[in-house]
Design a protein around this ligand. Sequence first.
Ligand SMILES: Cc1cc2nc3c(=O)[nH]c(=O)nc-3n(C[C@H](O)[C@H](O)[C@H](O)COP(=O)(O)OP(=O)(O)OC[C@H]3O[C@@H](n4cnc5c(N)ncnc54)[C@H](O)[C@@H]3O)c2cc1C
Ligand code: FES
Length: 293
Amino acid sequence: MVNEFSTPVVPTIEPVMQPSIEPMLPRLYQVQRTHKETHETFTLELTPEDGQPLVFTPGQFNMLYAFGMGECAISISGDPADSSKLMHTTRIVGTVTTALSKLRPGDVLGIRGPFGRGWSMDLAEGNDVVFVAGGIGLAPLRPAICHVLNHREKYGKVVLLLGTRTPQDIVFRRDLQKWRSRLDVEVLVTVDRAESGWQGNVGVVTGLIRRAPFDRLNTIAMICGPEIMMQFTVMELLKRGVPAEKIYVTMERNMKCAIGFCGHCQLGPNFLCKDGPVFRYDEIKFWFEQREF
Ligand SMILES: Cc1cc2nc3c(=O)[nH]c(=O)nc-3n(C[C@H](O)[C@H](O)[C@H](O)COP(=O)(O)OP(=O)(O)OC[C@H]3O[C@@H](n4cnc5c(N)ncnc54)[C@H](O)[C@@H]3O)c2cc1C
Ligand code: FES
């Protein structure tokens, strides 16, 4: 009841956070270089038409728009310290990725982003860091690897474990060679099926975890690959004694808006586009363990 001495009660309405219009507007980027990684994978090096470099953190992704064909989420695969070019490494699976694979130097595409929560590079400081990649899963890990190597003194042992189907499916070969030649990085590669001439490891990537040199209690693990590979990798790391809260995985779902609006990327209570795509394993353990979650 309002009388002359009281202040009228005005219902409070919680302000609704509206995203600015900008995250939905693609910026134009020009292809500078294309690089064929494998028979089905390629890397695009891009520069912004407006000259403004895109600042990102390792593990974030962009929405790449191939004109007339559509948009898809692709992780940023470049070195975060090198703002001269934006890199994306993509496997050809369908309409948009095929259109992107046909782009040539000078062509233009649209980019929205960067989006999402990436790898916890700060929390990893002072720890050994183990990267476990399955196939093209090395792409979202590459910026994190570059970051660790750019700030090598802040981290303990650095181990990269990569598993692919065959030797032909190995991406970033030049990087692997470069990293292998360093004395302060352990790089182990394995293939499911060897071909003639292959002299390396054969078997699944989880087989490498047992003999990888890291201090189990003082290690941050960052994993990216097919979901089944990530599930087995997590199990093996837990078996080896790495605490669940020190294991990070990156998830993939079909994305549309990339800003938490459309619900396409929902995983339990989380939206992958804004709460992920990188999660601490114990944050999503329940969903991660469901079949076809
Ligand atoms: C955060 C995030 C980061 C990603 N980073 C990369 C990356 O760095 N490199 C890369 O090659 N791909 C990445 N992807 C996957 C990529 O977005 C899809 O491969 C792409 O959307 C396929 O588009 P398309 O139009 O070519 O295929 P479509 O014609 O849409 O689909 C072709 C086939 O692929 C399946 N598919 C489509 N999207 C996905 C998906 N997200 N996950 C699993 N299967 C899918 C479809 O079900 C269908 O069977 C990422 C996805 C997310 C969500
Ligand atoms: S893609 Fe729309 S909510 Fe995540």
